[in-house]
Write a protein that binds this ligand. Structure first.
Ligand code: ATP
Ligand code: MG
Length: 268
């Protein structure tokens, strides 16, 4: 298998920034004209979004805008009422979340999805049962990328810090060599220093060519690793561009034009 051992390098976005043409085979994930909601409540209205094969797309916007809902549709956990979802050019609109996961669309689950009563090493072993990757490989990959987890391999996951649990959840995702990684606020509830550490890893993954769609409250942090940014309000993408092009407007949306309580836009 391909080894993804940690290499120390600064978190930096790859040079291959920017969007790809709609329907371009270079898209790892594409949402076309997505409408979605919950029962009678419609949340997303005609959402178009492209995640290039080696791109990191940051989806930003105020609370309640529909960011998590977008990730649910992308990961097959919520069915769109209109529009289509494409993975590597194939229409997967009606594909279940489990099948999409096997196609490499990987969500870091809310609540992080680790087994709290098992040790770090036992958690890793659980994931080898799904096949594909052996125990030695997964340990090498994980402890290479997250030395902290190596030091804590015999500690039960439930007693890890929030940041360490997030690292373990990310290890799980990466053990499957995903074609696209969906990250919904990995910084939730974590101290800024830990957030910086996690985003260092996200930056490394980006530099290695991992396609990522990320939702983040810390707009500035997200824009540092992103190659493309989309701003959503009221279930619509209202602005898209390279991070440097949108960063000022992003703060405006958070501070002024957003719905609900809005985020601080940047917790830093
Ligand atoms: N399971 C659900 N049932 C009904 N309504 C829901 C459900 N989940 C989300 N919503 C509603 O859909 C809208 C969009 O929610 P969503 O979680 O996608 O927003 P978000 O942009 O991720 O916000 P936040 O930044 O606060 O996480 C909100 O009005 C929310 O109340
Ligand atoms: Mg959300």
């Amino acid at each position: 298998m391909t080894m993804r051992v940690a290499r120390k390098r600064p978190a930096a976005a790859p040079a291959t920034a920017g969007p790809v043409e709609r329907g371009h085979p270079g898209a790892a994930l594409e949402l076309r004209g997505i409408d979605a909601g919950y029962g009678p409540v419609s949340v997303l209205h005609g959402v178009d979004l492209v995640v290039p094969t080696a791109g990191v797309v940051a989806l930003l916007g105020p609370n309640g805008a529909g960011k998590s809902t977008t990730l649910k549709v992308a990961g097959g956990r919520l069915r769109a009422s209109a529009g289509s979802v494409l993975v590597a050019g194939d229409d997967v609109t009606r594909t279940s979340a489990a099948k999409l996961a096997r196609r490499g669309v990987c969500t870091i689950p809310e609540g992080r999805g680790v087994f709290p009563n098992l040790t770090v090493s036992e958690n890793l072993r659980m994931w080898t049962y799904r096949g594909g990757v052996g125990r030695a490989d997964i340990e090498e990959i994980t402890y290479g990328r997250f030395p902290k987890l190596g030091q804590r391999r015999r500690q039960v996951a439930g007693t890890l810090s929030g940041g360490e649990q997030q690292m373990l959840a990310m290890s799980r995702a990466l053990s499957t060599s995903p074609s696209v990684l969906l990250l919904d606020e990995i910084s939730m509830g974590l101290a800024p220093l830990i957030v910086a550490e996690l985003y260092e890893i996200v930056g490394q993954l980006a530099a290695e060519g991992q396609a990522i769609l990320l939702v983040e409250q810390f707009a500035r942090t997200a824009l540092e690793v992103a190659t493309w940014a989309a701003v959503m309000t009221h279930g619509r993408i209202v602005l898209e561009g390279r991070p440097d092009e949108v960063s000022d407007a992003v703060l405006d949306v958070y501070l002024g034009g957003g719905s609900g309580s809005g985020g601080s836009g940047d917790g830093a």
